[in-house]
Write a protein that binds this ligand. Structure first.
Ligand code: FMN
Length: 391
């Protein structure tokens, strides 16, 4: 049963990711919540990412021994305690003053990988300093290649386990909620946003007294830092190289010795090119419905890519995951692991590190419960026989 009618004032009242979203909405100023929650254009991909999981049914095998469930798996060369990790998301400090630090601590407490975004508000070095587990860094290819090369060197130096190249962002998607709210930093105020910033005064006071919203990993570049001041979208549009091709992926692979993930893949053809260019994994992703509108839901991309290339690369399903059964379906269809974005960001906005931990506790429990009810005692045993397309 959905518990949305019950007011969510505390983390303990939240029984699922949707409840955490409600609490995040309550905690954040209107423009900030909509930046987190929103997608591109009419938000068709955003909605489909989650809805598409309902097109699949789980097929239980009863009376299997499920007295213990092995949730552990290996992805990107890392053994993780359960098959979900945290996708890269920019500017976490916007959502809670504990910022990326809260997320990295929670991820490692839950035995999984944290991914730091190039557009994060904590440096590569600061994440490394507090990190006790595996971490991945997400890069873009900048017009000025020395910025990208510098990231690679810093990641090597600070023992990042994997590098992730996001390829679905040649330019920023059309986020119309942000146009309505006039989201930006410093905020452009309209009547509704001014009232909302005033109403959420704890958030606003902190933001004014201790902003810290700089995209600290790129501010070392003078050109980049000037653009950041004009807003993230302007920065994306001015600094990311729209002319990049698979040759640049080869170039990046040659700079990096470890696992390389290409994020934003949706077709077998592109997955094949990723393997040829030196990638070890693909993240099937449409950027959480924030970039190309009507791009397919990641869950629908798994089976064709797993059938064609499952023995040549790892497949990460990224987008729309709000329930443990979503994870189980993705793995049964052929994904190696799943990653979540908003799932943990709602938790962050709901209550900082404790909120992220609540999100991970709930999702992890759902995966474990789902496995027991499915009659499958190891996530590594999940296979096509456990899932079918709904008739
Ligand atoms: C607020 C927000 C910021 C994001 N920032 C980045 C980013 O900096 N780099 C990136 O590759 N993806 C970014 N993403 C996309 C996520 O990595 C991930 O693909 C997406 O959130 C998955 O969908 P989900 O939110 O439904 O789990 C962002 C997503 C959100 C919601």
């Amino acid at each position: 049963m959905r518990t949305r009618k019950i007011k969510k004032w505390r983390l303990a009242d939240c029984n699922n990711i949707t409840d955490l979203r409600d609490l995040a909405k309550r905690n954040l100023p209107w423009p900030v919540f909509n930046y987190l929650d929103g997608g591109a254009d009419d938000e068709i991909s955003l909605a489909r990412n989650t809805e598409a999981f309902n097109d699949y049914e789980l097929l239980p095998t009863q009376l299997s021994d499920v007295s213990s469930i092995d949730m552990s798996t290996t992805v990107l060369g890392q053994n993780i305690d359960w098959p979900v990790f945290l996708a890269p998301t920019g500017a976490s400090r916007l959502f809670h003053h504990e910022s990326e630090q809260a997320v990295v601590r929670a991820a490692h407490k839950f035995g999984t990988i944290y991914s730091l975004s190039t557009l994060g508000t904590t440096t590569i070095e600061d994440v490394a300093a507090i990190s006790t587990g595996p971490k991945m860094y997400q890069v873009y290819i900048f017009k000025d290649r020395s910025i990208t090369r510098d990231f690679v060197e810093r990641c090597k130096q600070h023992k990042y386990a994997a590098l992730c190249l996001t390829v679905d962002t040649p330019i920023a998607g059309n986020r119309e909620r942000d146009l309505v709210t006039e989201f930006g930093w410093p905020p452009k105020l309209n009547v509704r946003s001014a009232l909302s910033y005033a109403w959420h005064f704890p958030w606003t006071i902190r933001a004014v007294l201790k902003p810290g919203f700089d995209l600290v990993n790129v501010t070392s570049s003078a050109a980049a830092s000037r653009e950041i001041n004009e807003g993230v979208m302007a920065f994306v549009n001015s600094q990311f190289d729209r002319s990049i091709s698979w040759k640049d992926v080869e170039w990046l692979a040659s700079q990096w010795d470890g696992p390389l993930v290409v994020k934003g893949i949706q077709t077998v053809g592109d997955a094949r090119k990723a393997v040829a260019a030196g990638a070890t994994a693909v993240m099937l992703s449409n950027h959480g419905g924030r970039q190309l509108e009507t791009a397919p839901a990641p869950v629908d991309c798994i089976a064709p890519i797993a059938d064609a290339l499952g023995d040549q690369l790892e497949i990460i399903c990224d987008g729309g995951i709000r329930r443990g059964t979503h994870v189980i379906k993705a793995l049964a269809l052929g994904a190696t692991a799943c990653s979540i974005g908003r799932g943990y960001l709602f938790g962050l906005a709901a209550g900082g590190q404790r909120g992220v931990e609540r999100a991970l506790t709930l999702l992890r429990a759902e995966v474990e419960r789902g496995m027991a009810l499915l009659g499958c005692n190891s996530v590594q045993k999940l296979a096509a026989g456990y899932v079918r397309v709904r008739r």
